[in-house]
Design a protein. Structure first.
Lengths: 223, 222
């Protein structure tokens, strides 16, 4: 297995240093596409999840929906979206958002629902309105769950954005797909390694975020 | 796409054998890894429940494994297992399933209340009999919750294997995309979702038989 030499072939190629096929450019494309999808999913799913969690309505429906969404194969959704809507970021954004939104919806919903009922009662008792209780008590309580959901969603989106290269979009998947198509294993292999590194870096970033985002009061009581 | 309809029923009607073959291949590629992972997760979970110090680093490793993009892992394995072989797709899927099942197994084994454990000991149960009669049954709802997540993700991930030449129903996506022909893609999506739902139904049935008390207790999965 000469994959050390493959990697050096891949990383030392002049195309990797500058131009549209450079590593920096591909990582940028990958992060932009993933970020757009994640941002859209957050805008769609988090407010709805918080609201559903607070009112306690439709929790069963939310869980069922997530299970069903998980069963959808993204490669199928991506190829279908491109056939129907044409090549472009927006066609691939739909499946990526569909992948991330249910995870965030459940995280927000369950996070708020798990708020200590005594805390909610106490907040109501000292005269907070429902929106205030949601914002000042439930959302901070739900923050760790939300962050965990955001991490799962981010990692899944970054992994799946790789597949988007198959339908002609940029990002790190380009190396993998192009390399496979031309039997250029150094390229495929190097691209795969970069995706893995990006996914691990995302995990670490969220682990750090988790450490700092927890409200001080909760940090004490939850250990 | 021109005037190509979204679904050509005629194509579906003339390709049922082809679709059935791919569905079967998909079921094997996606679900055999889950079974292998289950066989590994139970003993490993037992060891981890006894030695929490071992569990923490192991859980951290599997957390990272779970985050690895499937396509990338398939590609990295190709030099060892070959292009378009079942092993290239099944080895990573086994690891993903194990990453889901190990924490749920450990949670399940830990969920036995201490008084129950002591009661079993007081009744004269040795460690093995207690394990078989008390601890493992108590873990069943957790295991099923983990299996549901693992099986469904495995089924939807397996189709990515088509990009490295072995993805069961995933091949329909490649085929349809290359020919700008949406019918196979839609058939692939529907069959994948149907396989996932059928597997889920079987698992729920298994839980009802093996752990009838757990019917209304929701166990949080991942």
């Amino acid at each position: 297995m000469n994959w050390f030499s493959w990697l050096s072939t891949f990383f030392s190629a002049p195309d990797r240093q500058h131009g549209p096929d450079s590593i920096v450019h591909r990582v940028g494309e990958h992060l932009l596409l993933s970020g757009e999808a994640l941002g859209l999913a957050v805008l769609l799913a988090v407010p709805l999840g918080l609201l559903l969690g607070y009112t306690g309505r439709a929790a069963g429906l939310v869980t069922a929906l997530t299970g069903a969404a998980r069963a959808l194969p993204t490669l199928g959704l991506v190829t279908l979206a491109v056939l129907v809507a044409g090549v472009g970021d927006s066609a691939v954004l739909v499946p990526l958002v569909a992948l991330a939104a249910p995870v965030l919806l459940v995280a927000a919903c369950e996070g708020v629902r798990s708020t200590d009922p005594d805390l909610r009662d106490a907040a109501r008792g000292i005269g907070l309105t429902h929106p205030q209780v949601l914002r000042q008590v439930c959302v901070p309580w739900a923050l760790p769950a939300l962050l965990a959901g955001l991490r799962t969603a981010a990692v899944q989106v970054i992994a799946t954005a790789t597949v988007a290269a198959y339908v002609g979009l940029g990002g790190l998947g380009r190396y993998v797909v192009d390399g496979l198509a031309t039997r250029d294993f150094p390229q495929t292999f190097g691209g795969a390694l970069l995706v893995v590194l990006l996914a691990v870096a995302t995990q670490l970033l969220f682990a750090l975020l988790n450490r700092f985002a927890l409200p001080a009061g909760l940090r004490r009581s939850r250990g | 796409m021109g005037d190509e309809p979204l679904v050509r029923w005629h194509w579906l009607a003339t390709h049922t054998d082809y679709l059935r073959g791919l569905l079967l291949d998909h079921a094997v590629i996606a679900l055999l890894p889950v079974l292998i992972a289950l066989a590994g997760a139970v003993p490993l979970g037992l060891v981890c429940a006894r030695f929490p110090r071992l569990y923490q680093p192991l859980a951290a490793v599997f957390n990272v494994v779970y985050a690895l993009p499937a396509l990338a892992v398939f590609v990295v394995l190709i030099p060892y297992t070959g292009l378009a072989t079942q092993a290239t797709v099944m080895i990573p899927l086994t690891c993903y399933a194990l990453a889901v099942l190990l924490p749920t197994t450990v949670d399940g084994l830990r969920a036995v209340p201490e008084p129950v454990r002591q009661a079993a000991t007081a009744l004269g149960y040795g460690p093995w009999r207690r394990l078989a009669a008390v601890e493992l049954p108590a873990a069943v709802p957790y295991l099923v919750a983990g299996l549901r997540v693992a099986a469904v993700s495995s089924i939807s991930l397996a189709s990515v294997g088509a990009l490295v030449g072995r993805g069961g129903l995933g091949y329909l996506f490649i085929d349809g995309f290359q020919r700008t022909f949406p019918t196979p893609i839609i058939a692939g999506i529907v069959l994948t979702a149907a396989l996932a739902l059928a597997t889920d139904a079987v698992l729920l049935l298994a839980r009802r038989v093996l752990a009838p008390w757990a019917r209304r207790e929701a166990v949080a999965g991942r």
